[in-house]
Every structure is written in C-alpha cells, then in structure tokens.
Design a protein around this ligand. Structure first.
Ligand SMILES: [Ca+2]
Length: 251
C-alpha cells in the first residue's frame, strides 16, 4: 500500500519534473530569441531576469517540522550550485569531499548565509519541499542559476528525543550523491541515475539524543535533478518520531 502510493507519487513527480523542464525550455527559448538567440537553453546556463518561485519549494513557516508520513525529510538548507563535471565515482567523490570554504563540513548554514567558492559568492537557502523529494532543478532554475554540470550542497538537522540505535540513512538522487551523518561519510550513489527512494541504504548507525546533522552533495550531469532521504529503523520502517529544525546543531 505504502509502496504503491510512493510509486504513484514518484511517477507524478517524474511527470511534474518533465512538465517543469518543458516550461523551462519554452521560457528559455523565448528569452533567448528576445536577447538575440540561444542563451540559457534547457536551463543549463544561467539566464538573466526574474523568474517565478520554485514550484515545489517553500520557505519554512515554522521553527520545526516533522518527516512526512513515509518518513521523508523535506526541510533542507541548500547552497546555490557549484560547477562540477562528471558523475562517476572517480570524478564526483573527489569533488564532493573537497572543502570549498572554511568549516564546510563542521557548521550548519543559516538561511541567507553567504560563502565564496572560487571567487563566486553563493547563498544558502532554507526550504521545505512540497513533495517527498527535493527538486534541485526547480531550486536552481528559479534563481536563474545553472542546472547542468553542477553540484549542490544540502544540510539538515534531525532532532532525536532519545538515542536511536541500528537505524539507517536511505537515500535516492538524480544524479550522483555523497552523504554524511554527524561528519561520517556513509554512502554514495554515482553515475547518471533516477531519484528512486531507498536507492542507497547506509550501514546501521546510532543517532544521538538531540541534534544530528545530515549533509549531502548532489551532482547533476543534465536535465532533472532531485534527491530524497529518510531514516529507517531496525525493522526497515521509516522513522517519524523526530523533528527537523535547521540550526539547532550549533547551540
Ligand atoms: Ca539529471
């Protein structure tokens, strides 16, 4: 039952993503002609001018939220894209594990915080996704940022009421992704792939009582890009008895 519902949701998301891409192509084509041709086709390049807000992302309206009914973590702070070529393990693991700015792997960014990467100022944005997954194509497109040949950093904080043993991080991503929990690298997905829930599942870990930080780096070769994540308990059931509140880990 849950699985079929999820598959239906997944199919709808694919459809919505495809429709979003069509809209993007139409919009980019229109502005391209107006500007003398060719720029920003397919959302792959940065296009000028204001755009509508991301279709599936909203600013968090409450200090804390919970996983959805299937356990998916929908609140994340996302960094604007960094150029990156290659989604194979040999190419992307090196990119994902490099430090691009001070304390990248040890602090929880705040909404609106800025960092400088290779001379370019990038901003962190806190969002709740209206879907079980987080659509990075929507995120970048709404900001007139590139969507192809880039990677994004994503961070969230889950607060556990008690220590949780033998849980696992379960993720999916389009395309490649690398994942950390409390600073430990746990798993990676590589190559050009679809975002399928529980595509990658970590070893069993212990989440401590209080805040636990989940980090991800997600790379898109081209076209749609998104990711999803949830915590599975020792019986492989989604964990829902936790809250997400960005920033608590820094207290
Ligand atoms: Ca893709």
């Amino acid at each position: 039952m849950r699985k079929s519902k999820l598959l239906t949701t997944f199919a709808l998301c694919l459809l919505a993503t495809a429709l979003g891409a069509s809209v993007a192509l139409a919009a980019a084509g229109g502005s391209g002609r107006g500007n003398g041709g060719g720029r920003g086709r397919g959302g792959g390049g940065a296009a000028a001018g204001p755009r509508a807000a991301a279709l599936t992302l909203t600013a968090p309206a409450t200090p804390a939220t919970r996983p959805d009914d299937e356990g998916f973590l929908r609140r994340w702070v996302l960094l604007e894209p960094i150029p990156a070529q290659g989604v194979s393990e040999s190419a992307f693991h090196k990119v994902a594990t490099k430090e691009y700015f001070p304390k990248e792997f040890s602090t929880v960014p705040r909404d609106g915080e800025k960092v400088t990467v290779d001379g370019t100022e990038l901003t962190w944005h806190a969002y709740d996704s209206t879907r079980y997954n987080v659509n990075l194509y929507h995120f970048s497109y709404a900001l007139s940022k590139p969507t192809n040949g880039v990677f994004w950093l994503a961070v969230t904080v889950i607060n556990c009421p008690e220590e949780m043993k033998n849980v696992r991080l379960a993720v999916g991503s389009n395309d490649a992704s690398v994942w950390w929990v409390n600073g430990e690298e746990l798993l990676g997905l590589y190559d050009n792939r679809m975002d399928t829930f529980d595509d990658g599942v970590s070893k069993r870990i212990t989440l401590k009582k209080g805040p636990n930080v989940i980090r991800a780096a997600i790379c898109n070769e081209m076209g749609p890009s998104d990711f999803c994540a949830r915590i599975l308990d020792e019986n492989d059931k989604p964990v829902r008895g936790i809250t997400l509140s960005l920033g608590d880990a820094t207290k």
